[in-house]
Design a protein around this ligand. Structure first.
Ligand SMILES: [Zn+2]
Length: 257
């Protein structure tokens, strides 16, 4: 009787042990699956090195981008709607700014990009635009309307063209490539834009923007100046909201810009 009980107890123990082993294996499998899912999401979101990377090619597809600005609006224009075109993707990167936007482009005449910058300005973001002195005021340039809205603009006064085309979103997301912020470049040209949050790539652009911004301080006579202290820059010294008659150069936007 005792031997029978001991045998049954041993069998029950083995059975329980097997059940717990199976449960542990099951939990392990679930944990492993979840880990793989989480890692997969992380790499999809941030790329293999953990940072956002994206490449966008232009010309953009022929479509409306109203949904980027007003997702709930039923736009009635005749263009195709709801497409995530190259321009829509670029606009989303610009509009993702939460605190600052620094723009350093050779020419700026694209009205959709201008609308995005004005929208950010109306939200109270700190925006700085650095532009080539010759191409900043071509016909159709958006620099005038942006300045009149109160956005700070500086003109690169160097002897050669300021030919950069990059923007820094919140000082941590770099948007750079061959694309000028013009209608021609966005809709007609073959252009490339790379977006990255890789600090080793972003930091030199942040430093270069600040260097050029300081070097073109109208009060610094072209000399590199220390970073401006908040609230010390005077109205009008950066042609901010005080556009003078005759200072804008007239011209036509040339092919290729
Ligand atoms: Zn539309």
């Amino acid at each position: 009787m005792n031997a029978t009980f001991n045998g049954s107890f041993a069998a029950l123990s083995r059975q329980m042990s097997a059940v717990w082993t199976l449960k542990a294996l099951g939990l392990g499998a679930v944990g492993l699956t979840l880990s793989v899912e989480v890692l997969g999401w992380f790499f999809r979101r941030f790329g293999s090195k953990g940072f956002l990377k994206e490449v966008i090619f232009f010309p953009t597809e022929f479509a409306c981008v109203e949904h980027v600005f007003e997702p709930t609006l039923q736009c009635l224009c005749p263009l195709p709607h709801g497409l995530e075109t190259s321009l829509a993707r670029l606009l989303r990167h610009v509009l993702s700014a939460k605190s600052t936007l620094d723009i350093c482009v050779f020419a700026f005449s694209n009205m959709d990009l201008s609308r995005a910058v004005l929208a950010l300005h109306s939200r109270g973001l700190v925006i700085r635009i650095l532009i080539d002195k010759d191409y900043g005021c071509i016909t159709g340039s958006q620099i005038g309307p942006l300045r009149r809205a109160g956005i700070r603009v500086r003109y690169d006064s160097g002897a050669v063209h300021m030919h950069h085309k990059f923007a820094l979103v919140d000082g941590r997301r770099l948007v750079t490539g061959s694309l000028n912020w013009t209608l021609q470049a966005v809709q007609k040209n073959k252009e490339n834009v790379m977006v990255t949050e890789e600090p080793r790539l972003v930091t030199p652009f942040v430093q270069e923007f600040q260097r050029l911004w300081d070097a073109n301080d109208p009060e610094g006579c072209g000399r590199a100046a220390p970073p401006p202290q908040q609230g010390t820059e005077r109205q009008g010294t950066e042609r901010q909201g005080t556009e003078r008659q005759g200072t804008e150069r007239q011209g036509t936007e040339r092919q290729g810009t």
